[in-house]
Design a protein around this ligand. Structure first.
Ligand code: NAD
Length: 380
């Protein structure tokens, strides 16, 4: 509770008990002068761009749609869904007009809807490329979920479509838009830990239902590496600020496990960066959830754990025989990334995580699979 709020409560209780006359004598004049001017009234938002959400699944319903309430520059105005009942129910909740509900067949006609500026693709990975390209061809800017697509070739097709249409393309690497990962990047690159020697990054969880799309090769593009290991890969790149020159990898999948008929379970991979920094990473659909990044310098180290959850991130820095936990604000990652995308459209700027960023991860992921299959180092 803030000091002022505490003082207010004390004052109210006092007034109830003894009446105003006694208050005048006992309460400092500064408190009595308080007026509604003490309440900070936020400014009205600036221009909010209209967003269409494509795919109304778990992430869209539980994270993205509620995040619009916290956006300064984005508002939801349209849905694209294969389930009209679900879309209409959500439209009532979020004030989306019935005429702005599309399905996958009439999606392209969104080009005639001037209310829609930006399209957010929240479909299974294997559908990102098609729906991104169709959205760009409809003249809209596109934010697509990670991983950008199933292959570097698909990513390239999306980048080309954005250039051709003269529209923005961004990949939803939400950790780049929140304070804990941003502070870790600043620390790692500032020299405050001494020259960085090694990065250790682990990302995984135990996956359930064997029938879900994440375990279908065509829809997911791969297993744990595509879905969750990509966080460890992306972090190794953004914490080091470099692009890897070589990769090594091993894959293990429990034989006979009904979940893993098409995609891999565990991956370990190593990256070598040009400066000499090494990264050691793991990705899993088998182990208890892990979300941990460590940066080891010659004079100190930092640890993010959890590093990628939607909330409750924690950052420790160890230097000079002391471990300090950094206190930073928890922001809504999705509101932050959507506002960034809107801002880039409004100000005609390149997003922090453009299509090329997603393409680079897919190039490295392809090399990781190749390294594991061939049992040798792959040069990038
Ligand atoms: P989900 O299964 O909950 O939702 C997928 C949606 O796509 C559903 O509405 C489904 O009806 C629709 N869909 C359309 N065609 C489909 C098909 N052929 N098969 C299956 N579903 C189909 O998945 P999700 O967890 O919401 O993930 C969606 C995307 O968001 C994925 O690319 C995923 O990697 C990404 N994601 C990102 C984060 C993050 O933190 N940034 C978290 C979770 C998921």
């Amino acid at each position: 509770m803030s000091k002022i709020a505490g003082e207010e409560i004390t004052r109210r209780r006092f007034m109830t008990g003894v009446g105003k006359g006694a208050v005048a004598a006992a309460v400092p004049a500064s408190l009595l002068k308080r007026t509604s001017a003490d309440v900070v009234v936020p400014e009205p938002p600036g221009k909010k761009l209209g967003w269409a959400v494509v795919g109304l699944g778990s992430l869209a319903i539980n994270q993205i749609l509620p995040a619009f309430a916290k956006c300064e520059k984005a508002r939801v105005v349209a849905f694209v869904s294969g389930h009209p009942d679900k879309a209409h129910k959500l439209a009532l909740r979020y004030g989306v007009a019935a005429k702005n509900i599309y399905n996958y067949q009439n999606y392209d006609s969104i080009k005639d809807n001037p209310e829609v500026d930006v399209i957010y693709i929240v479909l299974p990975n294997g559908m990102h490329a098609e729906y991104t390209v169709r959205g760009l061809q409809a003249g809209k800017h596109v934010l697509t979920e990670k991983p950008m697509a199933n292959s570097p070739a698909d990513c390239q097709q999306m980048i080309d479509a954005a250039h051709k249409a003269g529209r923005k393309l961004m990949v939803a690497y939400r950790c780049r838009y929140e304070p804990f990962n941003r502070e870790a990047i600043r620390l790692a690159r500032s020299g405050e830990l001494g020259p960085v020697q090694m990065i250790l990054a682990d990302a995984g969880f135990k996956i359930g239902d064997p029938t879900q799309w994440r375990l279908n090769k065509q829809l997911a593009g791969g297993g744990s590496l595509m879905d969750i290991g990509i966080y460890a890969l992306n972090a190794s790149r953004y914490l080091s600020g470099e692009e890897p020159s070589e990769v090594n990898a091993m894959i293990y999948t429990t034989p006979g496990d009904p979940r893993f008929k098409e995609v891999e379970e565990h991956v370990t991979f190593q990256l070598r960066f040009p400066s000499g920094v090494l990264a050691n990473c793991s990705s899993s659909y088998g182990y208890f959830h892990q979300s941990q990044f460590r940066v080891c310098g010659t004079e100190g180290r930092l640890q993010l754990d959890p590093a990628t959850w939607y909330t409750g991130l924690r950052l420790w820095v160890e230097r000079d025989n002391a471990i300090e936990e950094r206190q930073l604000p928890n922001v809504d990652h999705f509101a932050s990334e959507m506002d960034h995308m809107s801002g880039c459209v409004l100000d005609n700027k390149e997003p922090l995580t453009p299509g090329e960023e997603g393409w680079r991860d897919l190039k490295i992921i392809t090399a990781i699979y190749e390294a594991a299959q061939q049992g040798k180092t792959i040069k990038l």
